[in-house]
Design a protein around this ligand. Structure first.
Ligand SMILES: Cc1cc2nc3c(=O)[nH]c(=O)nc-3n(C[C@H](O)[C@H](O)[C@H](O)COP(=O)(O)OP(=O)(O)OC[C@H]3O[C@@H](n4cnc5c(N)ncnc54)[C@H](O)[C@@H]3O)c2cc1C
Length: 524
């Protein structure tokens, strides 16, 4: 076998997977058909859940320094300001990063690429996957280089992180079901002055569509996204200068464009792979699902596909878990993609519909509804949980178990364990739980009780134990997150609850690990 894991594609999804495997002691082979990293900024929004993962990777401070926190969204209708949604700490108390970070995909790829290099893992550029043969226990992969020469490697597992036109998906004959939207969009990275509220997301709604201005790093730098007006559709040779008059019409004559460093038109598709796995090949990121950019979910979802698969692959490759554990990747991530596609599709259709009624809704009603809803604490929290991806949970997964006795409102098996700040010793300091979690291992949180001396022997050095004593400050914080005491939570490496219950039952934990996680019964 030449490599345990072959990663096809060095976009954000592939780089995240390579890093996550690298820090778990694997040496994946990562290839990309291009000569080097992409230069366009493309995705701009980094969600809180991604920042939490970046914190474990040691990248979050650099990401925060490079990016801009979205402090608010200003909605303009027919050229007039009509609502402002404060976003600065919209998820206060729910995540250490209660905001959306605006940071281009190119910067994200650079951070992930630098980290990978520092681990001694280099992307093999100019290497295009052109063939795959699945054999018992291994996959043979054929590559093409720019000079036409063909190479071959064998891998135990293949991760298709190779984008919307995925060769891994096509070579495995997996359908990519869905369709393109009928509208054509444009995107431009510009230097521009105008009425936009500085440093905030500015949304211009108009009868025929919308224009979005995203603040970017640098003075007067804005990413402008919009639908091409009807009279400009169907043209392949359209320049940004020809789009400007329609933007001015909505955002005001005061708009003054000084430079445009990137301009592109594109059609958006909504598609999902029928399966995310075929025997030893997996699909992740855009190879598995593409959808409209509503809610800035695309890049983030791919990063989290990788986070979900990496710890499972690492356990299987190192012989600490049976390959059956890998079945949970598709079982957990396909429903996430299905939900994402349907919600972004509904929201997007409303945003882009050409109908007179939709235009009326956009220009007369939408800003009022958004302004009102975002004034309500519950609605704000729901919006944050949904968009930040901190609300994603796998309750129906075979890896999720909740023992009898835990209140309905408490975190259950499959939930991302809530962000809390607790004391871990009677007279100790208050600490951020997420800062203590080791995401290369399982974490057992034992609340208001002591851990039996035998612990959880199946996990050995793969387990970290965090005991939480009950005291007034801890009680308040636990109550805020609806965590009862006594209780215990066995967290998977990715921070989702595997097993939850009231009194720590080590026999139940052992049963859970062998029967559901297939840990301790290793095999490749
Ligand atoms: C114009 C534009 C604007 C966008 N705006 C947003 C946005 O605002 N918000 C958002 O969330 N998302 C946005 N996206 C989508 C976002 O860019 C993707 O979701 C993200 O790039 C997915 O990452 P990925 O790593 O899965 O795939 P990709 O970034 O597509 O990376 C795939 C990699 O695989 C390589 N590859 C492909 N085939 C092969 C092969 N046969 N052999 C070897 N290597 C191969 C490619 O060279 C590429 O480097 C935008 C995309 C575009 C094009």
């Amino acid at each position: 076998m030449d490599t345990d894991v072959l990663i096809v594609g060095a976009g954000p999804t592939g780089l995240m997977l390579a890093n996550q495997l690298g820090r778990r002691g694997l040496r994946p082979l990562i290839i990309d058909r291009h000569a080097g990293p992409a230069r366009q900024s493309r995705a701009l929004g980094v969600q809180a859940r991604t920042l939490e993962i970046y914190a474990h990777l040691g990248l979050v401070d650099r990401a925060l320094d490079l990016g801009k926190r979205a402090t608010g969204a200003d909605i303009w209708t027919r050229g007039r300001p009509s609502a402002r949604v404060p976003l600065g700490d919209i998820g206060r108390g729910l995540s250490p990063y209660p905001f959306l970070l605006i940071l281009g995909q190119d910067d994200n790829e650079r951070l992930l690429g630098d980290l990978l290099r520092s681990r001694g893992i280099a992307v093999r550029w100019n290497t295009e996957l052109v063939g795959l043969v699945q054999e018992p226990g291994r996959v043979k992969a054929m590559f093409k280089h720019p000079d036409g020469t063909i190479g071959e490697v064998t891998a135990a597992w293949v991760a298709g992180c190779d984008g919307a036109r995925s060769a891994v998906r096509e070579l495995n004959g997996i359908a990519f079901e869905g369709a393109p939207y009928e509208h054509v969009f444009f995107v431009a990275d510009t230097q521009v002055t105008g009425p936009m509220v500085p440093d905030e997301l500015n949304v211009y709604l108009w009868q025929e569509g919308f224009h979005l201005f995203f603040p970017m790093r640098g003075t007067d730098h804005w990413r402008l996204v919009g639908i091409l007006p009807r009279h400009l559709r169907g043209r392949d040779d359209l320049t940004f200068e020809e789009v400007i008059p329609s933007v001015r019409q909505e955002a005001g004559a005061g708009l003054s464009f000084k430079a445009c460093s990137w301009y592109s038109t594109y059609r958006i598709h909504h598609r999902r792979a029928a399966r995310f796995r075929d025997r030893r090949c997996f699909l992740l990121g855009d190879a598995a699902h593409i959808h409209s950019p509503v809610g800035a979910q695309g890049m983030n979802t791919g990063l989290q596909d990788s986070y979900n698969l990496a710890w499972k692959l690492a356990l299987v490759v190192s012989g600490r878990a049976d390959a059956a554990l890998l079945d949970s990747y598709e079982a957990e991530r396909l429903p996430v993609a299905r939900r994402l596609l349907s919600t972004t599709d509904r929201a997007f259709s409303l945003f882009v519909s050409d109908s007179w009624l939709a235009g009326l809704f956009r220009t007369r009603v939408l800003a009022k509804i958004v302004g009102f809803a975002m004034g309500l604490d519950r609605a704000r929290k729901l919006a944050f949980r949904t968009i930040s991806q901190t609300g994603i949970r796998y309750r129906k997964s075979a890896l999720s178990e909740t023992l009898a006795g835990l209140p309905e409102a408490a975190p259950h098996g499959g939930d991302r364990f809530p962000w809390v700040r607790l004391k871990f010793a009677a007279n100790g300091p208050v600490e951020d739980l997420f800062g203590r979690l080791d995401d290369t291992r399982f974490n057992l949180i034992v609340i208001g009780q002591t851990t039996p001396p035998c612990g959880v022997p199946e996990l050995g050095d793969l387990l970290r134990i965090h005991e939480v004593p009950m005291d007034a400050a801890n009680d308040r914080e636990l109550a805020r997150a609806r965590i009862p005491g006594p209780s215990f939570y066995l967290l998977r490496p990715d921070g989702h609850v595997g097993l939850a219950g009231t009194h720590l039952d080590t026999a139940a934990a052992s049963r859970y690990l062998t029967a559901r996680l297939h840990v301790g019964i290793g095999g490749r």
